[in-house]
Design a protein around this ligand. Sequence first.
Ligand SMILES: NC(=O)c1ccc[n+]([C@@H]2O[C@H](COP(=O)([O-])OP(=O)(O)OC[C@H]3O[C@@H](n4cnc5c(N)ncnc54)[C@H](O)[C@@H]3O)[C@@H](O)[C@H]2O)c1
Length: 254
Amino acid sequence: MSDTERPLDRQTALITGGAGGLGSRVAATLAERGVKVVLADLNSHALERASEVLRKEVPTGTFVGVQIDVTDSSAVRTAVEATVADHGSLDILVTSHGFPKDGRLLEMSDDAWSDVVNVCLTGTFVCVREAARPMVEQSYGRIITVASRAWHGNPGQANYSAAKAGVIGLTRSVAKELGRYSITANSIAPGLIETPSLRNLERFEQIAERARKDNSIKRLGEPNDVAAAVRYLASPDAGFVTGEVLHVSGGRFG
Ligand SMILES: NC(=O)c1ccc[n+]([C@@H]2O[C@H](COP(=O)([O-])OP(=O)(O)OC[C@H]3O[C@@H](n4cnc5c(N)ncnc54)[C@H](O)[C@@H]3O)[C@@H](O)[C@H]2O)c1
């Protein structure tokens, strides 16, 4: 099936970390274009809140919340199967789950390493693998993984940087492997984007000031900046774009 035969208003998206700052903004943007949205997140209260806000913001939208841990393969598989059963297809996967657990290398515990790698990298692998099953069957899919500019390496973020670099390697491999099924796979590498979880960090002002200084565009990113990049990669216009890393970082990369 070609891209033009599958308009956005007949598509369904699964967004992991869908209750989060970026995930819920992506959900609104896709829903405004008619995409049915399944929000998957570990945090059930945040899911309820996000769904409520989204239904008010985009009254024409379809939003379904599903509570899952992305590292739980069978839960992810069930969520994918339920999405296809309820909505007819799964066309777009956006992986926007995850968190940093920063620390200098010499003080970084095994747990801080494995927590971040398990959720950010292994969780993305599980979601991509499970979502790819129906996409291969229908010969269509858009896989969009949210990495980070930290994939280039960042002091104090050995775990997070390694996981996000892994997400990019995973995505580019999938792009090469599944292109024959008209499935594209691309990563978005945001710089500092002002989401509520970021604003809650004790060091937020310090981090923000540094980003404003180092960005070539002198502001912080907004969730809409990332949502617009997702909208493009999910659109028919991006049908020949795969294996790319789209930095949404105001010129702060590397
Ligand atoms: N905000 C930024 O500046 C920024 C920059 C670069 C990359 N990112 C990446 O973008 C993504 C979204 O970030 P955000 O700012 O929206 O953060 P956020 O904390 O608002 O959202 C992340 C969501 O992931 C969910 N989550 C965590 N562990 C999970 C698990 N095991 N299973 C399912 N869901 C889980 C959380 O409940 C949360 O709702 C993350 O991958 C983050 O690393 C964010």
